[in-house]
Design a protein around this ligand. Structure first.
Ligand SMILES: C[S@@+](CC[C@H](N)C(=O)[O-])C[C@H]1O[C@@H](n2cnc3c(N)ncnc32)[C@H](O)[C@@H]1O
Ligand SMILES: Nc1nc2[nH]cc(C(=O)O)c2c(=O)[nH]1
Ligand code: SF4
Ligand SMILES: [Mg+2]
Length: 224
C-alpha cells in the first residue's frame, strides 16, 4: 500500500490555467529537487524526517510550513470526509508530485468519481491514470534532461510557462519545436509573482503568438 508524504490539503478554487475557476481539493506533496529561484512553495522542497507530524497537526497549522504527514489513500479519503470537502476535482501538486508514481493514487481517485489534475515541472516522468489532466510548467535547467521533459510535454494537456524575461519566452519557443507530431497542448504564459513587467511581457507574447494568459487569480482575491 502506497503512502504519500503530504505538505498540506485544502479545498479552494483552481486559480491558474485552463481549469481556472474549478472547485478543487489540493493535495500538496512534499519534496522538490528542482530549485526554481522564484518558487512560491519553497517550504515544500525538503523532506526532513524531523518535520514529520500527524495529519491532525498539519491540518491545524495556519500558513506555510515545511511540516508533512504520511497518508495512505484510505486515510486521505477519511481526511476529505472529516473536512467535509465537496469539490469533485483533486489537484496533485507540490513540491514535485511526479517524483512519485501517481498511477495508483490517480486511479483510486478517479474510481471514487473525482476528476484529477497534476501540476508538474516536467523534470520527472508523468506516471498517472490516462484521464488525468496534466499541466506541465517546464523547467529548463531541468535535472532530468530533455528525454524526460519531452515525454512530459508530449503528455501535457496544457503547458503553463512561468515568465518574467524575454529569455523565458525564447525557451518556450524552443521547447515547442520539440513537441511530437499531433500533440496540441493549450499554451499559457503565467507571469512570475504577479510582477507588472512580467504581466506586460506575458500579454504581449500571448497576443503575438495566440497563446493564453494564466494569472494566479487566487492571489488577487486572497484565497489559498
Ligand atoms: C508550486 S508549482 C508545484 C508543481 C510543480 N513543481 C511545478 O513546478 O509545476 C505549481 C505551479 O506554480 C507555478 N509557480 C510557482 N511559483 C510561481 C511564481 N512565483 N509565480 C508564478 N507561478 C509560479 C509553477 O510554475 C507551477 O505551474
Ligand atoms: N487556488 C490555487 N490554485 C492553484 N493552482 C496551482 C496551485 C499550486 O500551487 O500548484 C494553486 C494554489 O496553490 N492555489
Ligand atoms: S519545480 Fe515547482 S515546486 Fe519545484 S522549485 Fe520549481 S516551481 Fe517550485
Ligand atoms: Mg501555488
Amino acid at each position: 500500500m502506497n503512502r504519500y508524504k503530504i505538505n498540506e490539503v485544502f479545498q479552494s478554487i483552481q486559480g491558474e490555467g485552463a481549469l481556472t475557476g474549478v472547485p478543487s481539493i489540493f493535495v500538496r506533496i512534499q519534496g522538490c529537487p528542482v530549485g526554481c529561484p522564484w518558487c512560491d512553495t519553497k517550504h515544500t522542497w525538503d523532506i526532513n524526517p524531523d518535520d514529520e507530524r500527524s495529519a491532525d497537526d498539519v491540518m491545524a497549522e495556519q500558513g506555510e510550513s515545511s511540516h508533512w504527514f504520511q497518508s495512505s489513500f484510505d486515510e486521505l479519503m477519511a481526511l476529505f470526509a472529516r473536512e467535509g470537502y465537496t469539490a469533485k476535482n483533486v489537484i496533485l501538486t507540490g513540491g514535485e508530485p511526479c517524483m512519485f508514481d501517481l498511477t495508483e493514487l490517480s486511479s483510486q481517485l478517479i474510481a471514487r468519481g473525482y476528476g484529477v489534475s497534476i501540476e508538474t515541472s516536467g523534470t520527472f516522468e508523468v506516471l498517472t491514470h490516462p484521464d488525468t489532466w496534466v499541466t506541465v510548467s517546464p523547467k529548463v535547467n531541468m535535472k532530468g534532461g530533455y528525454d524526460i521533459l519531452d515525454s512530459a510535454l508530449a503528455r501535457a494537456n496544457e503547458i503553463k510557462h512561468p515568465v518574467a524575461m524575454e529569455r523565458h519566452v525564447d525557451e518556450l519557443k524552443a521547447l515547442l519545436t520539440r513537441l511530437p507530431e499531433g500533440a496540441a497542448p493549450l499554451i499559457y504564459l503565467q507571469p512570475i509573482s504577479q510582477q507588472a513587467r512580467a504581466t506586460e511581457l506575458a500579454i504581449k507574447h500571448c497576443i503575438e503568438n495566440n497563446w493564453r494568459l494564466s494569472l494566479q487569480t487566487h492571489k488577487f482575491i486572497g484565497i489559498e
